[in-house]
Design a protein around this ligand. Structure first.
Ligand SMILES: [Zn+2]
Length: 202
């Protein structure tokens, strides 16, 4: 039986596609939106469309930006000889929180997940190789989640980096959560993880 109107059901359908939002929460949210004043709801809907229309990946590092090049890549004061490899924007937030990391980033926009058919070719990797070839990069730091998918992605990328004989490859200390749970940890945790990074033997 359909308890709600078709248009309420439609909003519930879309909201329940969001992470951690089940049908029950989606219903509460939809009914709350219905109570809000018209102007707020119109602006809310517009902000989602604007975000989608204006946000894209930085041409250099893959970070999210509204410009061609993101703020970090266009910051002349940053150390261009170090690149931290992260899986998504949460990885950038983790390292920016330390306030001591002044290098650049490269955002993979995902991890290799064989069971979902996601291979290295689906990730933002080829531009990483050309950055290392063209720019004077001395160190890359892996700062991606220490999950099976994360480790596998690391192994594949290290294999591609082997040809750069003078490149230092390191990874942040084990057991430190990088990624979506980043908001739950303080900056000291990330500073320690960064300072305790281990060089990868290859
Ligand atoms: Zn960038």
């Amino acid at each position: 039986m359909n308890y709600y109107t078709n248009s309420i059901d439609e909003v519930i359908h879309y909201l329940s596609k969001l992470p951690t939002i089940g049908r029950k929460s989606a219903t509460k949210m939809a009914l709350k939106i219905l109570e809000m004043d018209d102007e707020f709801v119109v602006n809310f809907a517009k902000s989602i469309i604007n975000m989608k229309k204006n946000t894209h990946h930085c041409k250099i590092c893959g970070n999210l930006t509204e410009n061609e090049i993101c703020n970090i890549c266009s910051d002349e004061k940053r150390d261009k000889s170090t690149i931290a490899i992260v899986e998504d924007i949460f990885g950038i937030v983790s390292l920016e929180k330390t306030k001591i990391y002044r290098g650049m980033y490269h955002v993979l926009n995902g991890l290799v997940v064989p069971r979902d058919g996601i291979t290295l070719d689906d990730l933002n990797v080829s531009s990483l190789i050309s950055r290392i070839e063209k720019e004077n990069v001395k160190e890359v730091i892996f700062a991606i989640s220490q999950t099976i998918d994360g480790e596998l992605t690391e192994l594949y990328i290290i294999d591609l980096l082997k040809k750069f004989k003078d490149l230092k490859i390191s990874k942040i200390a084990n057991g430190i959560p990088i990624g979506r749970s980043v908001e739950n940890y303080d900056e000291l945790t990330f500073i320690r993880a960064l300072e305790d990074r281990k060089e990868v033997e290859y």
